[in-house]
Design a protein around this ligand. Structure first.
Ligand code: RFL
Length: 399
């Protein structure tokens, strides 16, 4: 089997890339390890930035988002004794978010791709990318029944996430991985319950961080900072709601609207970036290029942006024999990625106490008292300085 561009993975990165290449008349195929049902129901991101919506709109991919997504522009910071709000549509560049669950975006992108005649093979996992140093790379695959196969390509786009075959296929000496473990762990929850406030809620509490993020009128995402190593099922529903209410200051600011917890996942906050993002005819895109902690909701937004840049590059190379844009892909994307990493890291240090050097976290926030005062001062600056607020807004929604 062959295609000019073989795309590994049908997440936001792979599906945006597939749609854009199809529209440009570039021959491509998407190979996806999971079943269609799984891909369309995997709940992850929800906040799409203005520039992401602009990209989707530019290519006619924003119809569902426009119809069912909700505009969103306010976040609220809560501390033990106080709270304040920032309406970021009135700050910085005046941009806002759209709340649209990632699985719905993925479903829209997939339907659109298939309607346009796009080729996709589900339950076809890439095992290895080979010969990408030259111009005839191949991809070894295995289907759901374990039958091996091989695809021939001119270019391979690794959109298969952090544990995918694209990353695995890179020889150790060819790539530099910058990695940071932020020593913070979140219990990520989806509750079958309406949002409790009309804003993103960030609670900075001595017992640890708690977050509130709307997903739809019926479903809300919550995050609770928990000790490293906590099992997803370790906390009862009752304990979760008590802890959320305590950290989010429900007694002072109004009760939370609780409901059944329908999904739990433990997320160790980690970041990494691979350099470079191009290895001959193999490109890394989205989470495969860099993993970003979910603290600033950048991952899916970066994936869409990188997919558009790569689509332009591949189209120029394959349709117009112009290799220039592809040559710039890695450096161009890395500039956005590092900017997002820097802001995400800043958010992590705003929302969580710095762990004591070498010390394990033990239930409460732990952390050094000096860093804790710095953190409160940082929050205070965000509360009172218009310059600080503009900076925050520009980075929070922008890339
Ligand atoms: P994905 O979505 O992981 O898709 C990769 C696809 O590749 C398939 N795959 C393979 N296919 C073939 N062969 C192989 N060997 C394969 N290995 C894997 C997988 O089945 C999958 O279908 O990567 P992509 O496209 O790069 O998109 C990245 C985003 O999914 C991710 O960055 C975001 O979800 C991050 N993120 C958020 N980002 C935002 O912009 N805003 C948010 O509000 C936001 N919230 C979140 C998040 C991530 C979270 N998790 C997962 C920690 C909230 C959470 C809880």
């Amino acid at each position: 089997d062959s295609a000019d561009v073989v795309i590994l993975g049908a997440g936001p990165a792979g599906l945006v890339l597939g749609n854009l290449l199809r529209a440009a008349g570039v021959d491509c195929v998407i190979l996806e390890r999971a079943a269609r049902e799984h891909v369309q129901t995997r709940a992850r991101a929800g906040y799409l930035a203005q520039h992401t919506v602009s990209i989707l709109e530019r290519h006619g991919l924003a119809e569902g988002l426009r119809r069912r997504g909700q505009e969103h522009a306010v976040c609220e910071f809560r501390t033990e004794d106080d709270r304040f709000r920032l309406d970021y549509s009135l700050l910085g560049k005046g941009e806002q978010h759209w709340v649209y669950p990632q699985q719905e975006l993925v479903t829209d992108l997939l339907n659109r791709y298939l309607t346009a005649g796009g080729r996709i093979c589900f339950q076809t996992g890439a095992e290895a990318v080979r010969d990408f140093g030259g111009t005839r790379p191949t991809v070894d695959v295995r289907d759901a029944d374990g039958r091996p196969g091989r695809w021939h390509a001119r270019y391979v786009a690794g959109c298969d996430g952090r544990h995918g075959a694209a990353r695995r296929s890179l020889p150790a000496g060819a790539v530099r991985r910058y990695h940071r473990d932020h020593a913070v762990t979140w219990l990520g929850l989806l509750a079958q319950a309406p949002p409790s406030l009309d804003a993103v809620g960030y609670a900075v509490h001595p017992r640890g961080f708690a977050g509130h993020m709307a997903r739809s009128p019926e479903v809300t995402r919550y995050y609770l900072q928990v000790p490293r190593g906590t099992a997803p099922g370790a906390w009862s529903g009752e304990r979760i709601w008590d802890e959320l209410a305590l950290r989010l200051g429900a007694a002072a600011h109004g009760p939370l609207r609780s409901g059944p917890i329908v999904q739990r996942a433990v997320v160790d906050l980690e970041s990494d970036v691979l350099e470079p993002l191009r290895h001959g005819s193999l490109f890394l895109v989205g989470d495969a290029a860099g993993l970003i902690s979910p603290s600033a909701a950048k991952g899916a937004n970066l994936a869409v942006l990188e997919a558009e840049i790569l689509a332009d590059g591949l189209t120029a190379a394959l349709r117009h024999s112009d290799p220039g844009p592809l040559d710039r892909y890695s450096a161009q994307c890395l500039a956005y990625i590092w900017r997002a990493q820097e802001f995400s890291h800043w958010m992590i240090r705003l929302l969580h106490a710095e762990p004591e050097a070498g010390g394990a976290q033990d239930g409460a926030d732990g952390g050094s008292p000096f860093q804790d005062r710095l953190r409160h001062s940082r929050l205070q600056a965000l509360r009172s300085s218009r310059t600080q607020q503009d900076w925050f807004a520009e980075n929070y929604v922008g890339l």
